[in-house]
Design a protein around this ligand. Sequence first.
Ligand code: IVH
Length: 678
Amino acid sequence: MNPAVAQQRIAELRAQIAHHDELYYRHAKPEIGDRDYDRIKAELAELEDQFPEFAVESSPTRRVGDDRLEGFQTYRHRQPMQSLDNTYSEAELRAFHARLVKLFGKEDLAYVVEPKIDGLAVSVTYEQGKLVRAVTRGNGEEGDDITANAKTIRTLPHELTAVKGCAFPDAIEIRGEIYFTTAEFQRINAEREEAGEALYANPRNLAAGTIKQLDTKEVAKRKLEIVLYGVGFCEPAIAESQTQFHELVKAWGLPTVERAWPAKGVDEVWAAVCELDKLRHSFRYGTDGAVVKLDSFRLQREAGRTSKAPRWAIAYKFEPERAETRINAITVQVGRTGVLTPVAELEPVQLSGTTVARATLHNRDEIERKDIRVGDYVLVEKAGEIIPAVIEVNVKRRAPECHPYKFPEVCPECGTAVVQYEGEVALRCPNASCPAQVRRRLGHFVSKAALDIDGLGIAMIDELVTRGWVKELPDIFKLRREDLLTLGKDVAKSTDNLLAAIDASKRTELWRVIHGLGIPHVGVAAAKDLAAHFRDLEKLAEAKVEDFIVKKETTIPGIGEVMARAIVGFFNEPRNRALVADLLRAGVQPTAPAKREAAAQNALFAGKTFVLTGTLPTLTRDEAGAMIEAAGGKVSGSVSKKTSYVLAGGEAGSKLEKAQQLGVPVIDEAEFRRMLAT
Ligand code: IVH
């Protein structure tokens, strides 16, 4: 390659990497898999090696990505937070060992092999055993302060357990990973599916998206987990090896890797990596590789590091599992809100321990982009991704009779012409009475997380909709016994049970009905918040945007602006207003939760309004706000005569002055804590 072409290609690759870094680190929405990303980086590294005149310090081959976002305070790590070099081959793993053998002049170097957890990197600081800070990697030098969000992680102790004969270090930055278990990932995605929201492709994206939420209360609703696997900065030193560090971390009560393999020499390292590969499918969380580390901290220091990664450790990444199989058919499903989703019906194939027979094709654009056709052989992958994806078509195996796929122009269920709303990728069936939509809406309405009606499974719902007995949700309360009895022999008992369950559901909890309506974005947690606030279905249906948002601030805990607009938009539809009226007419009388205000009347800060200003010594505003609300108080943004207290920290400005002018009591954090302790 001549230098001019190389220079051009290097610029292209850097631009591609910058684009993918932005999506991965800042938006947690990567377009390509890790393997493809690593390939682009490897090509760039090779070109920079060949043409050192174009290698610059700022190249992505020499620095880590950057996850910092607007809205967070940044914090400088006391010791830079590096990344790891990746490899996918045994030969490269052996070459890593050979370099260290050359450096230290001995073969049987002691290593530790650990699972590589697929989450996002975090640095947690404890001072004298007390948790003081959690920070993301950021650009390696400084990251976003996510302390308030990290404190919602139930397994992260705010104070370490004392260990006999071992004083706490003055300060220690412990490195680790924040992640979701597979089960929690699936729970959240199921909730999103019910709320008609886009699904997260893998737990890593969800973890990154969650920890970077600005609203700590939203973070607390999800069960994030953390694992700690390394020392960044420590004063004074507390361990001499990774093995000792693991023991100490465990004794302090911190969650650490569930297994670490000691290994002498590269053959034992490889054996451990292979064992981990076999075991990893039984872990509660996704593991995308093994991390191999020199055990001795002294040898680690001697091996040193490059600007991006240590020379004493390497990540061996497992190949994402892929398999080739045939697309037997493409079916198009109609969702609750009419969205058409194409699904590849596959020749069943074994992948990551499960049989895969279907894969989502997302939408029409995706099929066109990959030119996926019925009869094609395709590569299916399940990597960190839990939902199988079609990666690419094996065009060499394409039969001549395979024609481009033509996306239906009419709804496959009701024949209505499909539409595409402005700004949306999805195609929709606009007919709200489409039987497929009714079936889905009804399925959701009676599901466990909504009215929870026993005896109304998919088959029964199909019958009710096909026979035309149920066209809208309230129709289930109008079902006639004599009609149901015609559904088969010996159905008297099950019919009576079903009718009794339907009748009982009329007095279910309000949040179940709200969730069951299928308002976009409204999952179980939001439905509970709405029920607690409005306490009446009609009041919710009549709410205006101003009832949710005042002066650009949302007024109902847990309900953000997007959701507020979706709720108001939903009830602006005459069809949905009629639905509520019909439900009430059919005798649905949901019970409201015990009054929050009543419960809070005796609370310490009941009726009190606080204004927060300045920087508090140990609490963030979110934390102080959450403590006030938990004690029944309210937090307001501006000081008035009605303000009960101004909670002021360092560098408080005009709010403090105003409080003094109006004679509003001003308290500091210590006083605030004393009040809470009473
Ligand atoms: S050690 C100096 N150990 O994987 C870097 N990293 O792809 C020390 N990771 O940046 C990192 N599990 O965010 C280490 N057991 C483990 C890990 C681990 C996951 C992450 C970490 C790292 C990335 C590299």
